[in-house]
Design a protein around this ligand. Structure first.
Ligand code: S3P
Length: 173
């Protein structure tokens, strides 16, 4: 059954939240974010969940979110955490859109942001950039394999990306 959902996947810091906020300005979609759902379920920040419970616990929460998205969510733009793509029911949730960019461009984007320190601090898996690059290299082929639509976001504004996304989703439907 068609859910009319769009799932945004991609590496940490690539701009999934910013693109989602632009898409809702230019369309009838509502948007939710899997990390925000987890933070409200847990009443604590993702970095605290990682620190207090460990990553495996966080991944279980992502699984619960994925089940709920499949059973209950329609007509929504779903922005996901960078590791959410591992959920096995992703295809059943909606059209998968990958926001893609080289690792160095992603780190540059984060570092140039006025809230750079906060953006780095809230992401435990970015604490060690060498490890983060290894994670990126391991994940990128998997992201590309899963994606129905790929958008190269390098050096593009959120608005330009959102227009490209809406155009490509319309064509895909
Ligand atoms: C993660 C990405 C984060 C968050 C958590 C784990 C990952 O989300 O879900 O820190 O495994 O890549 P963002 O992609 O929004 O930073």
């Amino acid at each position: 059954m068609k859910t009319n959902n769009i799932i945004l996947i991609g590496f940490m810091g690539v701009g999934k939240g910013s693109v989602a906020r632009e898409v809702i300005k230019h369309s009838k979609y509502m948007t939710i974010d899997t990390d925000d759902l987890i933070e409200s379920m847990e009443n604590r920040k993702i970095k605290t969940v990682f620190a207090e419970e460990g990553e495996a616990y966080f991944r279980k929460l992502e699984k619960n979110v994925a089940k709920w998205l499949e059973s209950s969510v329609k007509n929504t733009l779903i922005s996901t955490g960078g590791g959410f793509y591992k959920q096995t029911n992703l295809k059943k949730i909606g059209i998968i859109v990958l926001l893609d960019s080289p690792f160095d461009a992603i780190i540059k984007r984060i570092k140039e942001h006025p809230n750079a320190a906060k953006k780095l601090k809230k992401r435990p898996l970015l604490a060690d950039l060498k490890k983060a690059k290894e994670l990126y290299d391991a994940r990128r082929p998997e992201y590309l394999k899963l994606a129905d639509i790929v958008i190269d976001v390098t050096d593009k504004s959120g608005e330009a990306c959102s227009k490209e996304l809406l155009k490509k989703v319309k064509k895909h439907a």
